[in-house]
Design a protein around this ligand. Structure first.
Ligand SMILES: [Zn+2]
Length: 258
């Protein structure tokens, strides 16, 4: 298992890489999005050089708010084109997997239409990605629409699409993230960990919400040994490091409570 942390896209990528490497993470979840991570604002060659210098691995992540499910065809096509440009940058740096996010239209449109809009976009992205061999993984956002029936359909209709489990997102609307882990374990290639109260997507440190981490980690590690990003958003990064310590204790079974 590898533990990673994302760069805050509002901060300079080189400073973020340095912090992540110096604090013992195995990889960076590279958030390429505005403003500091926007295409044109950085040099992929320089980032690659810095990652190599620190022997830091990485996975790719596109902006969560790109409207690939918009009812406005021109808008979703535009979102797809933007994702393709970022894919080129990720491929340039040698990424082997990149995250995209579910995106649902407003309630004027049915969930069936939402699945259709997204599938049209995802097909185009998968087709583009197949040329470079990069894996595309879908991270459900945790909206009311991100229930198993809809995620089932998106994964079934889009062959070759992988699953990215964001545990915090899968903990709201009365859902149990463990159900999603078990259901999609064959397509699971990346995990985001953070906590919440079951109502809001708070990105809290591990142990400060209502998720049963001992149970979840025991289930997860029974079939998964890949990349896990601590997606804990706080200005005080001591909480991130504490979350890393807790995760490793639980994963390695050094915690008496496990
Ligand atoms: Zn996430």
């Amino acid at each position: 298992m590898k533990v990673g942390f994302p760069n805050n896209p509002r901060k300079e990528i080189r400073d973020e890489i340095k912090w992540i490497a110096n604090n013992g993470f195995n990889f960076i979840d590279l958030f390429l999005e505005p403003d500091k991570g926007e295409l044109g604002k950085f040099n992929t060659g320089e980032i690659k050089k810095q990652l190599d210098y620190y022997s830091l691995d990485w996975v790719g992540h596109t902006a969560w708010y790109l409207p690939i499910g918009s009812p406005v065809k021109k808008l979703r096509n535009c979102a797809v084109e933007i994702i393709k440009q970022y894919l080129d940058a990720f491929v340039d740096m040698g990424s082997d997997k990149v995250t995209i996010h579910s995106n649902w239209p407003t309630s004027l449109f049915t969930e069936d239409e939402g699945v259709k809009f997204q599938t049209e976009s995802i097909q185009s992205i998968l087709n583009f990605a197949s040329k470079s061999g990069v894996k595309i993984m879908l991270e459900p956002l945790g909206t009311v629409h991100d229930h198993v029936n809809n995620i089932d359909r998106l994964l079934e209709l889009n062959e070759g699409l992988y699953f990215h489990a964001d545990i915090g997102h899968l903990n709201i609307y009365g859902r149990d993230p463990v159900d999603y882990l078990r259901r999609y374990k064959d397509k699971l290639i990346h995990v985001h960990l953070h906590d919440n109260n079951g109502i809001d997507d708070l990105h809290l440190p591990i142990g400060s919400g209502n998720i049963d981490w001992n149970y979840l980690i025991n289930v997860l590690k029974s079939f998964y040994d890949g990349t896990i990003t601590l997606e804990v958003f706080t200005d005080d990064r001591e909480y991130v490091l504490y979350s890393k310590k807790k995760l490793l204790e639980k994963w390695n079974g050094n915690n008496h409570n496990v």
